[in-house]
Write a protein that binds this ligand. Structure first.
Ligand SMILES: Nc1ncnc2c1ncn2[C@@H]1O[C@H](COP(=O)(O)OP(=O)(O)OP(=O)(O)O)[C@@H](O)[C@H]1O
Ligand SMILES: [Mg+2]
Length: 353
């Protein structure tokens, strides 16, 4: 185990800069998730930590060592890729032990380490099979086993679950997390899936366009997103954003809808400025009497909850109702917004007020 410190890292391909100056400290034993949309630089950053990609500028430390210029094999890391990259002609046991064999480890030591990893991952009965005789989830587990036997200072994962179906993804998510809880190795995990990030991370780093938008614990990002990008990215379905201004003590949307504000807010300083009002779909209730009138558009029920898009005074608002409501397209209902759950952002800078 070791901390990882990334300082002022940049990456250029020719004239194109894809990582603009990223600094982040990852604690010893921490599970950190790098999350962001496609093309934001997640894999590039992870591959620079792994030593598979050169650093254009900046410094990477693993433990006390500066590793920016060390080859991958000397960094004491193990990486798990999306496509597993197993050797097709080798058994599960040989796949898992291969890195140790290359290091000329003693065969009995290799066998013991493979056994131990297989036990952690529930692969004991599959050790003699070839990769093609395994399901996708089992192959993924072998790829993790291969990383595990190396007993590295740091685990790196690049979208390891994207090839699995939804149910298996949820199961493997839990298994990776519980493996981390048992062995405690520092882990850096890349995903574009914010649900994976929220459920697995001790700390989330939100990347966008080669820059960090925010670093924090999952619930910090959910409760206090630093800007419109993070507010829209974290949480599913996404937060509603409504343009408007604070006027005479109320928030008035650009279409004239009046929305509630918390009492705690000192309004005077924001008066007249263009703002964005944010409210998560799950913080809106259906009510009768005294609510905001709305007309129901699309309705999707999953059994446990109902997702609905409403037209509320000309603004389109998404809601997630946890109670069983009997609503249909075209119905007129009333909604109530919990003012303590709202978020306000400056329209021009996108920053949270
Ligand atoms: N060898 C390369 N030469 C030029 N540009 C590259 C190269 N490799 C990656 N890029 C660019 O760098 C940016 C970041 O790529 P990267 O693979 O890190 O994204 P990502 O966040 O992992 O995306 P995804 O979620 O799609 O995997 C992209 O705009 C990509 O086009
Ligand atoms: Mg990638």
């Amino acid at each position: 185990m070791a901390p990882v410190n990334i300082q002022n890292i940049q990456k250029r391909y020719g004239q194109v800069k894809v990582i603009h100056d990223i600094s982040v400290d990852i604690g010893d034993g921490e599970f950190v998730v790098l999350v962001g949309p496609s093309g934001c630089g997640k894999s590039t950053l992870l591959r620079m930590i792994a030593g598979l990609e050169e650093v254009s500028d900046g410094e990477i430390r693993i433990g006390r060592r500066e590793v920016s210029n060390l080859p991958a094999r000397d960094r004491d890391i193990a990486m798990v890729f999306q496509n597993y990259a197993l050797y097709p002609h080798m058994t599960v046991a040989d796949n898992m032990g291969f890195a140790l064999k290359l290091k000329k480890a003693d065969p009995s030591e290799i066998a013991a380490k493979v056994q131990k990893a297989a036990a952690i991952l529930g692969l004991e009965s599959l050790l003699d099979r070839l990769p093609r005789q395994l399901s996708g989830g089992q192959r993924q587990r072998v790829a993790m086993g291969r990383a595990l036997v190396r007993d590295p200072q740091v685990f790196l994962f690049d979208e390891p679950l994207s090839n699995l179906d939804a149910k298996l993804r949820v199961q493997m998510r839990g298994e990776i997390k519980s493996m981390h809880q048992r062995i405690g190795t520092t882990t850096i995990y890349v995903t574009h899936d914010q649900v994976e990030a929220m459920t697995m991370a001790d700390k989330i780093v939100v990347l966008h366009g080669g820059l960090i938008e925010q670093v924090g614990a999952p619930l910090d990002l959910y409760d206090r997103p630093a800007n419109l990008f993070v507010a829209g990215f974290i949480g599913s379905p996404s937060m509603n954003f409504i343009d408007g201004r604070i006027e005479e003590g109320v928030f008035r949307s650009s279409k004239g809808l009046i929305l509630p504000l918390p009492d705690s807010l000192s309004l005077a300083q924001y008066g007249g400025r263009p703002l964005v009002y944010g409210i998560r779909p799950e913080h809106i209730r259906a009510t009768t009497g005294g609510g905001l009138p709305a007309r129901v558009g699309i309705v999707e029920g999953t059994g446990s909850e109902i997702y609905a898009r409403l037209d509320c005074g000309g603004e389109e608002i998404s809601c997630l109702f946890r109670e069983r409501l009997n609503i249909r397209f075209g119905d007129k209902i009333e909604i109530a917004i919990d003012p303590t759950c709202i978020h306000l952002f400056d329209k021009a800078s996108g920053k949270r007020l």
